[in-house]
Design a protein around this ligand. Structure first.
Ligand code: UDX
Length: 448
């Protein structure tokens, strides 16, 4: 490479002597900022939520993510990672800017890009030197060209910049691992210098790098999440058929997943997907596809199957308990998946609300999410328990809604002594039906 031709930023990148600004301290932004600082880069993490920034400066994290607190604290102490709400100054200081702000769903299913546009305008107004502006938020295809157009329109001078797309594939609960051990790194660029900067930034991470254009990079993200959601809805539809046919969906999934072309991951039938990503990304992909002229019917069906899974479990419980009014039901697991306190689009929200609407009395326990659940359920009458055994005491049914590791070790004979009626509704098929029935329980599964 002819070093004389490199820009100042490219030289800084090679010497690792440049500043990264991460805009957005959410589940993706905070993890990315912390992990970039762990790689030795100097990172400024910006968020307009001043309370969140105040807490982060005091080394208090806004959400639970295993291992994140130690990385954040270590790099604050090393001076590699700073938090601020001062967006304009941070932009001015930065060489590479990652846009990691939220893109929530609007009522019509489209992604709300207000924050993206605001940030693009602010970057334009503070473009005091060459910067690489990288979309890490999950955005509909062609957003990159809108960000570029916005910066050209609002910049005060002809300072050069580049746009890139670098979607994240971080799973909540495993985000740190996923950052350092990705299956692939996807970068969408228009110019070699942008490619060179991003390749250098990720140089110490061993993973295949897919270099493509910005539109394609944006589409890879939506297509990946939508395919994963499709696998989940597929196996959940098969679970319904297994219930009708007297087959076992866990064994169907095993038999399918050994085919390398199918793969065993994401074939766990249960209450379906929740979280902030799959529901939002599916809606956004359906919307942008229709806007482009393609009616993505398959994904509409994926969403429909997923929504039906919640009601399916409640109907099965009603079949066993007949009248739910005044029945005591224990809920084990509130978060949308284990190892997180995130309850966004969690199946527990629909299921607990349906049971309450039927007049049931709810006692709930989640290893991490009790306090989050109190905010989500507001003034609905729910008793929160400190552990699983307290939750099931005197109950007519125990519902497993999130497959937390600690639930795998519960003592069913103790449960039986504590409960009024030994019924378990296993929304995540985490137990073996025969073993649970051998402990004297009635067992409800989904397809098992
Ligand atoms: C997902 C994608 O995996 C990640 O790449 C993307 O960046 C963000 O969205 P996340 O939402 O954190 O990550 O969780 P994930 O582990 O993918 O599970 C998504 C949902 O699917 C969860 O609600 C989970 O309970 C459900 N699921 C997953 C199933 O119902 N069955 C499965 O077999 C796997």
């Amino acid at each position: 490479m002819d070093l004389t031709k490199l820009t100042a930023v490219q030289r800084k990148v090679i010497n690792k002597n440049y500043k990264i600004c991460v805009i957005g301290a959410g589940h993706v932004g905070l993890v990315s900022a912390a992990c970039f600082s762990e790689l030795g880069y100097r990172v400024i993490c910006v968020d307009n939520d001043t309370n969140k920034i105040k807490s982060l400066k005091k080394k208090i994290l806004p959400f639970y993510e295993p291992g994140l607190d130690s990385i954040v604290i270590k790099n604050i102490n090393k001076g590699n990672l700073v938090f601020t709400s001062a967006l304009e100054q941070s932009i001015k200081k930065a060489d590479v800017i990652f846009i990691v702000v939220g893109t929530p769903s609007l009522a019509d299913g489209s992604a709300d890009l207000t924050s993206i546009e605001n940030v693009a305008r602010t970057i334009a107004r503070n473009l005091n030197s060459y910067k690489l502006i990288v979309e890490k938020s999950t955005v509909p295809v062609q957003t990159g060209s809108k960000v570029k157009e916005t910066i050209y329109r609002y910049r005060k001078n002809n300072t050069e910049f580049d746009i890139a797309s670098n979607p994240e594939f971080l799973r909540e609960g495993k985000a740190i691992y996923d950052f350092f051990h990705p299956d692939r790194i996807v970068i969408g660029v228009e110019h070699d210098r942008a490619e060179m900067i991003l390749k250098s930034l990720y140089a110490s991470i061993k993973a295949p790098i897919v270099v493509t254009d910005i539109n394609t990079s944006e589409l890879i993200k939506h297509a990946s999440n939508s395919f994963l959601a499709t696998k989940i809805s597929f196996i959940n539809a098969v679970a319904h058929i297994c219930d009708l046919a007297g087959a076992n969906v866990k064994e169907v999934a095993l038999g399918m997943g050994l085919d390398k072309r199918i793969g065993k991951e994401f074939l766990n039938a249960g209450l379906g997907y929740g979280g902030f990503c799959f529901p939002k990304d599916l809606e956004a992909f359906i919307y942008i596809s229709k806007k482009l002229g393609y009616d993505f019917k398959l994904l509409q069906e994926v969403k429909k199957i997923n929504d039906e899974q919640r009601r399916y479990l409640v109907d099965k419980i009603k079949e066993h308990l007949w009248v739910l009014k005044n029945k005591k039901i224990a809920i084990l697991g509130l978060s949308f998946k284990p190892d997180t306190d995130d309850m966004r689009f969690a199946p527990s929200i629909d299921i607990v609300s349906s049971l309450l609407d039927e007049g049931a009395c709810i006692k709930a326990y989640d290893p991490q999410s009790n306090s989050e659940a109190k905010k989500v359920f507001g003034n609905r009458k729910i008793e929160f328990a400190k552990n699983a055994y307290t939750a099931v005491k005197n109950c007519d049914c125990v519902c497993i809604l999130t497959e937390w590791e600690e639930f795998k070790k519960v003592d069913f004979s103790k449960f039986k002594k504590l409960m009024h009626y030994p019924l378990i509704a296993d929304g995540r098929n985490m137990f073996d039906k025969k073993q649970v029935e051998a402990s004297g329980f009635k067992y409800i599964g989904l397809g098992t």
